[in-house]
Design a protein around this ligand. Sequence first.
Ligand code: CMC
Length: 502
Amino acid sequence: MEKITKGRRMSEDFLDDEKLLQATEVQSLGNFIKRFTINPKHKRKNSMESGMYISKEAVDKRNKKLAPKVPESKEKCKLVLPDGTEVELSILEGTLGPKMIDVRDLYAKTGMFTFDPGYTASGSCVSAITYIDGGKGQLLYRGYKIEDLAANCTFIESCFLLLYGELPTAAELSDFEERVKDEMLVHEKLKDFFKGFNPKAHPMAIMCSVIGALSSFYHEDLDIEDPKQRERVAIQLIAKFPTLAAFSFRTSMGLPMVYPRRDLSYIENFLHMMFSDPMDTEAVIEPVMTEALDKILLLHADHEQNASTSTVRIAGSSKANPFACISAGIASLWGPAHGGANQACIEMLQEIGETENIPKYIEKAKDKNDPFRIMGFGHRVYKNFDPRATVMAKMCKKVVETMDTRNQEMLSIALELEKIALEDEYFIKRKLYPNVDFYSGIVLQELSIPTNMFTVIFALARTIGWVCQWKEMMSEDVLKIGRPRQLYVGETCREFVSIHDR
Ligand code: CMC
């Protein structure tokens, strides 16, 4: 086997690391197999031929650029305490977005903390990955508008962008795609896990467990302080997630598991592993399915410091195993107020059933004594429109028109519900607009993805965002464990009462 000594690949070549090679369980299974097999069709150019060599210095420079720094404060503000004392606080300014008051030394200066449940006004980190302007309805990945990326890029291209900070050249992209394919196989032992689940288990329950279980394969030899190994974790996660997600679906259906194929793209592989008919090997996947799923994944790839991403960061801040941290993110995403909204939205549209019933449900949503909410409506950050929803709405219409008319009625209900809600004073006043999940559920249903797999698809997409945010956090100079404060309103200190006297 070729040992690389002159340089390093753009996306790290782990074959150059003897220590990693010796540890079978941390070795890429795809790469391992390729050492013994030859397929001229899939022969990968070596690093020299593909122009993938960049110097170690260039890799270090890129990693340095990817590690964000807290900007220096150029402005101050004053806080006046009830006793009249004035406390000076620094103001921080990023490249985009509102300025922030730096309260890191507030306790030292005042003996007080800030109170902000749900972090509605608090920054928890510096980041250079994704930016949202909720007022303008803008979402940027590494500075590129989501609309431009959705129109011109594939999901896997956006993964490269999020991971390395720049759009790939054609050679870099094909190298990256191969690297991901090398990691798509999972250890056969992992398949045994699937036998233990309740046949009716929700696929998100399975995903929390099996992604967490990857930590049992990648722990002892994993050094999370090493940027090269962090990069490898990122590639392993985006590569293995579709395989495990498809395994969880096939288990729930009682169907045989299907392995990834080197000749298929990332999205095609996922659809192949999900829907392959063991009795019809010639069946092909509709191109519109591949396009729609690619779009859904790209639109959901990252979204700043949302609940699941913050969960991953908090879990990772204790330097926990990254596969376990991503499992924590999956758990957080599952709820209907977050990633579970796409499933909840379809269930709501089914419950509404007919356009005549819409006014009744609008009234229910407005009634404060009724817990019902219009699912797929509203967003913590977007207060004008969700740019992902605009792209998704177009894709939704295309899919419904191309595939069949099965969901035509559901789309009509959704469009009518959107129209009525957008004209209603309640929704206007609260700036409630359709979010991406208002339409993504209809698309997924049209693609024959079962409802309980919707949130798994969201998790599959968000894995790149989670792992990039984890990587970014790990690359910071000073990594602080996440540890919020509380406003205690319980009993004050009291005397213990013995069990006989209670
Ligand atoms: N239907 C009816 N009323 C709503 C809705 C809704 N979907 N969303 C918010 N409101 C009302 C809410 O009752 C409140 O009214 P009031 O001021 O009179 O008490 C006001 O609007 C503000 O709501 P909030 O819950 O304080 O806002 P938030 O920023 O904390 O919550 C949200 C954002 C997304 C959790 C919420 O809008 C919601 O529950 N939406 C439905 C679930 C959903 O679609 N989630 C997917 C979000 S996009 C995917 C993702 O990125 O995770």
